[in-house]
Design a protein around this ligand. Structure first.
Ligand code: GLN
Ligand code: ZN
Length: 755
């Protein structure tokens, strides 16, 4: 049996690419230096993969920013406003990714969206009627040649034609089908070039196939691949799917001339059933996704081998694969020096997953039941130390129906709060964090390393809080925040104080571009030992009469941005966390904090890809979990929530059902659809659609913000509208933050005059 992976992380095991790219952005290093770092990372990874005995080694899974953007650029899908800047190819690419403001012009970045059901974000390429899709770039070929020069024949991976067309944003009149011929020609050209370069296999990633598909979708897919596969010559094509099963098109895809089909046996709940019921063509290779590309837990060899053997018994030609790209897991346990082995022996990151593949490969070809590696793996699953807390389990079991409902009802609360706070119309606020400047990070690092006393650490943060309270007052914001200087990120901070959590040192996972997150691990039952944020908020509130927002992360986001347990249900884990956050909310309220924001930045993250599963599999417990957090507060206490995206028109009722008083969300990069939908659905919650994009260093003008607000006012009642940026400002610099917020407040003030 052979082994394969779909892709590998690419930021470098110690985030080398991130740091080097950021240096390049700051103009501190040359493009050659950046390219060299990238090359070094690729070489290290290919060599590692080869040395572990991996049979199908991917290439072109590397990216300077994002693979969807890479694919768009490869096929010449570059909006004119970027080419017009006249920058180098790489800088044009970065301008699309991050926006550009400088001597050559001023353009915003492309939109960014969540990559399927992961916490990775991709750039949404934009296409207009004048775009000529053609094979224009050389990146995949260059990387293939680079590996070849190292003696490694890789399997190039590329986002497939169908998924690409489905992810594009069409800004002209033309639609996906209008581009079918051009796309076929471009992909066929790519295949020909790879065959000529000596590639044996080419992998086309088509995760879009795991959605609910229409018959038009399937027809488009068939048209595209009939065209592309006609040109494959002696090359072999692997159709790779992941994040679910292909129940809508299994028959269609197996009937096409693919040489291999990659199916996800883990998230694809119906995959096994599909293969067993319909069979699998003898002339194709089944790349069976059985090693989880998303979780950090060791593979259960017994279960995996059982599936492999069932497939083999059907005479299916099986290659053992990961369930999705390893992009979604950290690099290696070798960087973890502090966690006790009794825990880490249950873990497998990317590098360890390569080891698992190698081990499984050996076991699959022998009578494994008595093999030492197999027995060791089996015994591991029989033990899980320190994970049970009876008090927590009893508390979850005792939750009553009324614990999910806040009283009085929204309308009454809204009236009470309007009086209580007496804010101006279009109240201004921010989402929570202020720039995490070098000194802020240094203070936290010094504390972590024990280089400074707890007092010195707290003193520094208090100074920062005071500084920023002053800045906010001067700018004239209405509802203030303390700035989150104590937080590395919005989940780890809470996880560190909750019991049941484990922390890694270097287990970074790419979130978007150069941004990485280090999700904590939910190991056991979760509970709160003591207040987590009260001191900071109380101190910040003592500096101002204006309302100071308490700042918490919600249970669904904490769950979704952690590596979850697999031995209890997600629902149960989430309710445990919800009870802990509920205690914190009540403590904040008891200590004089009158506005409390509970971020649910990642609420949509685990929304099933198939609409039919949305409620019963997820929203039916995720939304109640949020309500459990705030149902105990007084009518006078204003509960805010925040989401990092605006695509919730389709779950708008569920969002309103969270029953928050105010919701802020990302909106500056998206169109008016969300506003239409708020209006149509008589959305009751007050809303702050972000007026400018915080992912980019650009400073929006007053006019621009005013124009955005005026647009919003065509759909949102003035008494419901809040004015705020898209998201937290932690990744921004100080000058641009202050300048942007001044413009924001100015825009709100001008609007008030006109109201
Ligand atoms: N309160 C958090 C912040 O401002 C929210 C971050 C987020 O939504 N990702 O940073
Ligand atoms: Zn956000």
């Amino acid at each position: 049996m052979k082994t394969s992976i779909i892709g590998y992380p690419r930021v470098g095991s110690l985030r080398e690419l991130k740091f080097t790219t950021e240096k390049y952005f700051r103009g501190e290093i040359s493009v050659e230096e950046l390219q060299n770092t990238a090359k070094e990372i690729r070489k290290t990874q290919w060599t590692l993969q080869k040395n572990t005995g991996l049979d199908f080694i991917p290439s072109n899974d590397f990216s300077f920013y994002d693979m969807t953007l890479d694919t768009a650029v490869l096929f010449n899908i570059i909006p004119e406003r970027y080419t017009k800047l006249g920058l180098s190819a790489l800088d044009t690419y970065f301008a699309m990714a991050r926006g550009y403001q400088g001597a050559a012009g001023d353009v915003k970045a492309l939109a960014m969206k969540k990559w399927f059901n992961t916490n990775y974000h991709y750039m949404v390429p934009e296409i207009d009627d004048n775009t000529e899709i053609k094979l224009a770039g050389t990146k995949p070929f260059d990387e293939f040649a680079e590996a070849k020069a190292l003696g490694i024949t890789t399997k190039p991976v590329i986002i497939g034609a169908f998924t690409l067309l489905k992810l594009l944003r069409y800004v002209g009149k033309k639609q996906a089908t209008d581009y079918a011929d051009a796309v076929i020609a471009a992909y066929a050209g790519l295949l020909e070039k790879f065959v000529a370069a000596g590639a044996e296999w080419v992998q086309f990633d088509e995760p879009y196939l795991v959605h609910d598909l229409t018959s038009e979708d399937i027809a488009l897919f068939e048209t595209l691949y009939q065209g592309i596969l006609a040109k494959k010559g002696s090359g072999k094509v692997l159709l790779q799917t992941y994040f679910g099963d292909v129940r809508d098109c299994y028959g269609n895809i197996t009937a096409l001339a693919f040489d291999g089909i990659g199916l996800d046996f883990l998230e694809g709940r119906k995959t096994k059933e599909l293969v067993e019921a319909n069979g699998f063509p003898q002339d194709k290779v089944l790349f069976a996704g059985l090693v989880n590309g998303k979780n950090i837990w060791k593979n259960h060899y017994g279960k995996t081998l059982e599936v492999i053997n069932t497939l083999k018994a059907k005479n299916i030609n099986v290659v053992l694969n990961t369930s999705c790209s390893l992009l979604h897991v950290p690099y290696t346990l070798k960087n973890e020096t502090k966690l006790p082995e009794k825990y880490t022996e249950h873990f497998a990151f990317a590098e360890e997953k390569l080891q698992e593949l190698a081990e499984l490969k050996k076991l699959a070809d022998v009578d494994y039941k008595l093999d030492a590696a197999f027995l060791e793996n089996t015994s591991l699953f029989a033990t899980r130390p320190d994970c049970r807390n009876n008090a927590v389990q009893e508390r979850v079991a005792a939750i009553r129906e009324e614990d999910f409902t806040r009283l009085p009802v929204f309308k009454e609360r809204e009236a009470i709060q309007k009086k209580e706070f007496a804010l101006p119309v279009f109240p201004t606020t921010t989402i929570g964090s202020f720039p995490q400047t070098a000194d802020v990070k240094k203070n936290r690092t010094a504390r972590r390393k024990g280089e400074i006393s707890e007092e010195a650490y707290v003193e520094f943060n208090k100074k920062k809080i005071a500084e920023w309270v002053q800045i906010q007052k001067e700018i004239g914001l209405d509802v203030l925040v303390h700035g989150e200087f104590e937080r590395n990120d919005m989940v780890e901070y809470f996880g560190e104080q909750l019991s049941g959590y484990l922390f890694t040192e270097k287990a970074w996972v790419q979130s978007y571009g150069t941004r990485c997150v280090k999700p904590p691990v939910i190991w056991g039952d979760v509970s709160r030992e003591k207040p987590m944020t009260v001191d900071w908020s109380v101190y910040a509130q003592s500096l101002t009469k204006k309302p100071m927002k308490g700042m918490l992360t919600g249970p669904v986001t904490i769950l979704n941005w952690s590596f979850p347990r697999e031995d209890i249900s997600l629902k149960e884990s989430t309710y445990q966390i919800a009870l802990a956050i509920r205690d914190e909310v009540l403590d904040l309220e008891a200590n004089g904090i009158r506005v409390i924001q509970v971020d649910e930045a990642a609420l949509r993250e685990k929304l099933p890809l198939r609409r039919s599963d949305w409620y019963k599999e997820y929203l039916d417990w995720a939304i109640p979990a949020f309500r459990l957090v705030h149902s105990g507060v007084k009518a006078q206490t204003q509960i805010h929530t925040h989401m990092c995206y605006s695509e919730f028109t389709d779950i708008i009722r569920a969002i309103d059902d969270m029953d928050a008083d105010v919701i802020t969300f990302e909106a500056s990069r998206s169109d008016l659809l969300i506003l239409d939908s708020l209006k149509e659905n008589h959305f009751k919650t007050e809303v702050g659609p972000g007026v400018y994009d915080i992912h980019s260093p650009r400073v929006p003008s007053v006019e621009e913000i005013k124009a955005a607000l005026e647009k919003m006012l065509t759909r949102i009642a003035p008494e419901k509208l809040w004015v705020n940026p898209d998201c937290g400002l932690k990744t921004r610099g100080v000058p641009e933050t202050v300048a942007s917020l001044k413009h924001l407040v100015e825009a709100a003030k001008e609007l008030r005059k006109e109201a």
